[in-house]
Design a protein around this ligand. Sequence first.
Ligand code: GDP
Length: 194
Amino acid sequence: AQISQAEFVKSSVRTEDCPSDGLPEFALVGRSNVGKSSLLNSIVEKLVGKTQCINHFRINDSWYLVDLPGYGYAAAPQELRTDWSKFTKDYFLNRSTLVSVFLLIDASIPAKKIDLEYASWLGQNQIPMTLIFTKCDKRKKKRHGGKRAEENVEDFQDLIREYFQAAPPWIMTSSVTNQGRDEMLLHMAQLRNY
Ligand code: GDP
């Protein structure tokens, strides 16, 4: 599972405007500052900055990586936040070629309410989800409860279990060490071949 070609295709603000060639796709989403641009850049190499749209990247001419707007910007006014969630919810519910949502969760801090809400919404709506834990290289900090990435990862999974029929697949990653990069690519290849 290697990437030989990656090409930015388009930015869309509505699900209806997304590419219509039917190729399977995986959507990356997460709280602002979770490390989404770093992870995407470590996979697709220097393609992205901040996004407020649905950005499609075609990989090896056969599938899409989709960058969705981050959520939970502390500075954003409430109206704007609601807007983003409406627009991504429409995408999650109506995009028939979406294979799995890759929800990014910062493993260096304890579970955040907004991330638990996001994950439980996906579970309740039966949207296929893979948990991508980010920043797994970070050392524990006392002020964050002194937990290691592995403990935060376990806690998060415990907290969302009730919303899912089967425990969602999960991958531990770091954009600093590239931990999890190959595992993510392999996981996407396996899901595409179902
Ligand atoms: P985004 O807002 O989700 O796109 O997040 P960014 O990719 O811009 O990253 C936010 C901050 O987290 C930056 O300061 C990054 O350097 C840092 N960061 C991102 N990924 C990692 C990681 O895997 N490990 C560590 N230690 N820091 C990271």
